[in-house]
Design a protein around this ligand. Structure first.
Ligand SMILES: [Zn+2]
Length: 154
């Protein structure tokens, strides 16, 4: 069987430079890849388009795949974080930490009270019309009154 002369022929990124000693009766060719690598490729691999580069093509494709995978994972992470931000705080049904809803005993009107725990003791400040007031005024008040002042780190 006569070998094809492949010298000078291009297969993908590979350009055949010269004949290489055959292996197991199969002819092989020394090829220069466009990336600069030189490899020996069996002729059958070249003529069936199985081999189109020294391997750099596959590596590049893998890297692209990895990057795409990473990007789509990042989108998932952001989505998860956004979802997390919308979860109600587990310690509160009012949307504010340390604020409880209650109803006045006689007229059954909705009110809010702030509370804090300092050294195992609970302190309340009640009578707010909105949870926001309870938090912004009541809780701040309680914090100022009952939480021991730390030295300022500013
Ligand atoms: Zn290459």
């Amino acid at each position: 069987m006569k070998d094809l002369d492949l010298i000078g022929k291009e297969f993908g990124r590979l350009k055949v430079i010269e004949r290489s000693p055959s292996k197991n009766g199969r002819s092989q060719w020394l090829c220069q890849c466009s990336c600069g690598n030189v490899i020996v490729v069996p002729a059958s691999y070249l003529t069936t388009d199985d081999t189109q580069s020294c391997g750099c093509l596959k590596k590049e494709q893998e890297q692209i795949n990895l990057r795409e995978k990473y990007d789509s994972k990042r989108v998932d992470d952001v989505a998860v974080q956004l979802f997390k931000g919308q979860e109600p705080r587990s310690d509160s049904t009012t949307g504010y930490r340390g604020v409880l809803r209650y109803y006045t005993r006689v007229s059954k009107e909705e009110r809010f009270k702030a509370w804090i725990t300092v050294a195992g003791k609970k302190y309340y400040k009640a009578g707010f019309l909105t949870a926001e007031d309870a938090y912004m005024i009541g809780r701040k008040d309680l914090e100022e009154k009952y939480i021991p002042k730390k030295p300022s780190l500013d």
